[in-house]
Design a protein around this ligand. Structure first.
Ligand code: GLV
Ligand code: MN
Ligand code: MN
Length: 416
């Protein structure tokens, strides 16, 4: 028997949701409300164990797949049907905040709890998923868990990766899997009926419009590159400029050239150099090696491809004396979400009396990869000043609860 979605929304416990956020924020807490909980670290492992402890308290079965994605199941009336999935990620940026990713996981858990409280039966099971390594700060690419799950990336390629300290992903993953013993093993790419991910907006629009809910229409594309520039080291006080092969000067010239390539008066192209490693990194030695990253984004696939494809030549021209190696570490094409899922989010928000607008996502999310497998959508909630990937990231308890109400009600409809 169907129950009104208002009853499900009313069962969302805003205090429990907030308290769980604050509990998770302790795993990797940094001064000033920041969080450092990168994939497979001790802090990530603590979050994994905490999530499964909460799942167990509520009697939900848990499982993990071979890349460490965690699944928590609220059974449906017909367990043989493909489940509806919800979730996000628990890893953070190296200097991230308390809400990016973890909100989607905790909102999903709270949605399962609210359905229990409201005694709402669903035909399909609903599964909460915590995707592995969405951020990609320790091991690239980001969205690794959902990419491996969906078949966009091979597990074997990931296992061979090393972090900045030389730790093999295979070993870090084995430790994470060993930390949650006794749960079922899950295959990749099992059939899914629909996927809905809640996330903070990470931008300023909902707050500016004084709206509670973003019905996300799609995600812009991203390309990541790792660019290694090589020259010759030598004495800063003696080597004539004319014969230098200065890798740092070369890299700076490349960044300048790429700034010119990506200049966009409309501010749609997004170009970021977020990592810059210099060797030997001494004031009086000429640099012989620089590694920097490029994060390039655009909502139009053809523009994204054209700009990204121009990067090698622009870099070579900018510093012809240096040697250059460019590796593309991630290519996420723009995606559009399923119109029926977007409409379901909007309908539920309206029926619950919550202000809602359609909007695209500037950030990438695991939903981008699951979109290839099943009807997919996302729910955004506002965050203060639009700040994210920063310790200053903040979303208030009421906003988090509002998004969770929409999530719980929409999951109920999708699974019924
Ligand atoms: C996700 O973390 C992104 O960088 O968009
Ligand atoms: Mn995120
Ligand atoms: Mn993020």
């Amino acid at each position: 028997m169907s129950i009104p979605i208002q009853q499900i929304a009313a069962a969302v416990d805003a205090d429990r949701l907030w308290t769980r956020h604050m509990t998770m924020a302790k795993f990797g807490a940094l001064p000033g409300d920041g969080v450092c909980r990168q994939a497979f670290t001790a802090e990530d492992i603590s979050a994994r164990r905490q999530l499964l402890a909460w799942a167990k308290q509520h009697g939900y079965a848990a499982a993990a797949d071979a890349i460490g994605n965690l699944f928590v199941r609220r059974p449906g009336v017909d367990p043989a049907l493909a489940p509806v999935l919800t979730g996000s990620h628990m890893d953070s940026q190296p200097r991230g905040g308390r809400f990016d990713g973890i909100y989607g996981v905790l909102a999903g858990l709270e949605a399962l709890n609210a359905l229990d409280t409201a005694a709402a039966e669903t035909q399909r099971s609903i599964e909460l998923v915590a995707w592995t390594n969405e951020e990609g700060g320790r091991y690239e690419p980001g969205s690794m868990g959902s990419m491996v799950f969906s078949g966009a990336l091979e597990l074997s390629e990931c296992l061979a990766l090393r972090d900045a300290d030389g730790v093999l992903l295979e070993d870090a993953l084995a430790a994470a899997l060993a930390s949650t013993p006794g749960i079922e093993s899950r295959a990749f790419n099992f059939p899914i009926a629909a996927y809905l991910e809640a996330h903070i907006e990470q931008g300023p629009r909902l707050e500016a419009e004084n709206l509670s809910i973003g019905a996300v229409t799609g995600i812009q594309g991203t390309r990541w590159f790792t660019i290694t520039v090589r020259g010759d080291t030598g004495h800063a006080g003696t080597v004539p400029l004319a014969v230098r092969r200065d890798a740092l000067q070369g890299a700076v010239a490349m960044v300048q050239a790429l700034n010119e390539l990506t200049t966009d008066v409309d501010d749609i192209v997004k170009f970021t150099v977020g990592r810059f490693d210099v060797e030997p990194n001494a004031p009086n030695s000429i640099a012989d090696r620089v590694v920097f990253t490029v994060d390039l984004r655009h909502p139009d696939a053809s523009i994204l491809m054209r700009l990204g494809d121009a990067i090698p030549e622009r870099c070579r021209e900018a510093a012809p004396r240096c040697d250059l190696e460019i590796i593309e570490t991630a290519t996420n094409l723009p995606c559009e979400f399923d119109p029926a899922v977007v409409a379901a989010v909007e309908d539920v928000a309206r029926e619950l009396g919550l202000g809602c607008m359609r909007m695209p996502s500037g950030a990438f999310h695991d939903a981008q990869h699951i979109n290839a497998l099943c009807p997919t959508g996302m729910i955004f909630v506002p965050c203060r000043n639009g700040v994210s990937h920063s310790p200053a990231e903040y979303a208030d308890p009421k906003s988090l609860a509002a998004g969770t109400k929409v999530l719980a009600a929409a999951l109920y409809r999708l699974a019924s």
